[in-house]
Design a protein around this ligand. Structure first.
Ligand code: SAM
Length: 226
């Protein structure tokens, strides 16, 4: 899968994508990350990407022209297997289910907002999706795009060593993952549950399901519809 990032800070992504699963997947050729400097599509001396909001108010807004020109240059003919995603605090909330939905596309293009946000015509006329990573306001869409790319990338075939590890994680069947322990079995007098050391796989499976449900009830009752 190809991930495009449209941003005024292309160097931002050198950090998040230099380590771990996404970096390894890029090196192995399972995915491609392409950053595009939005200022490439400006035509003035100062390479301006922002302007004052109509009606007044605080701060500046990102102008539509460089963003439209960029997307239309990157994809002169858009296909149904490409998706333009505008990162925005006002968007629909990103979930594991949406990460799985994105697997159907060959290419995703992320528009990273800055300042007080982006001219609304980008959401209305250019983006397929306006996406938020949670109910809080970040200073830019770059961090949000990195979050979405990380979540999607680890679902791509061959990216995680063991594909089951993605299937058994939190949210995949509507509840949280089960709590887990590793060695030592007794750490400072706090013991791992005996059942996990028993070697009885059927009982371990049953216990883990119950523990996952209990943890979900305690910390995320909203997932259970209560
Ligand atoms: N004035 C906007 C509002 O209140 O909805 C916030 C603009 S924010 C300071 C600048 C940019 O950060 C946004 O255009 C968006 O790209 C990004 N951003 C902020 N919060 C986000 C969130 N929760 N999810 C995704 N992107 C976010």
């Amino acid at each position: 899968m190809k991930f495009h990032l449209l941003t005024i800070f292309p160097e931002f992504f050198e950090g998040p994508f230099r380590h771990g699963v996404v970096a390894r997947a890029a090196q192995a050729g399972s995915l491609e990350l392409l950053t595009h400097d939005l200022r490439t599509w400006t035509h003035d001396l100062h390479r301006t990407v922002d302007d004052r909001p109509f009606g007044g108010g605080e701060g500046m807004l990102m102008k539509p022209q460089p963003i439209f020109d960029a997307v239309e240059t990157i994809w002169p003919e858009r296909t149904e297997r490409q998706r333009v995603i505008l990162l925005s605090a006002q968007g629909r909330k990103f979930t594991q289910q949406i990460a799985r939905e994105y697997l159907q596309y060959d290419e995703l293009l992320f528009i990273c907002g800055r300042y007080e946000g982006v001219d609304e015509r980008v959401a209305e006329r250019l983006a397929d999706d306006e996406l938020s990573i949670g109910d809080y306001v970040l200073s830019g869409g770059e961090l949000a795009a990195a979050v979405v790319i990380d979540a999607v990338a680890r679902l791509l075939p061959g990216v995680l060593g063991n594909q089951d590890s993605a299937m058994n994680e939190s949210f995949e069947d509507g509840i949280l993952d089960c709590p887990q322990w590793t060695r030592p079995a007794d750490f400072r007098g706090w013991k791992a549950p005996d059942i996990l050391l028993s070697g009885n796989h059927a009982e371990v499976r049953k216990w883990r399901r119950q523990a996952a449900e209990a943890k979900t009830r305690r910390l995320r009752p909203d997932l259970l519809g209560s």
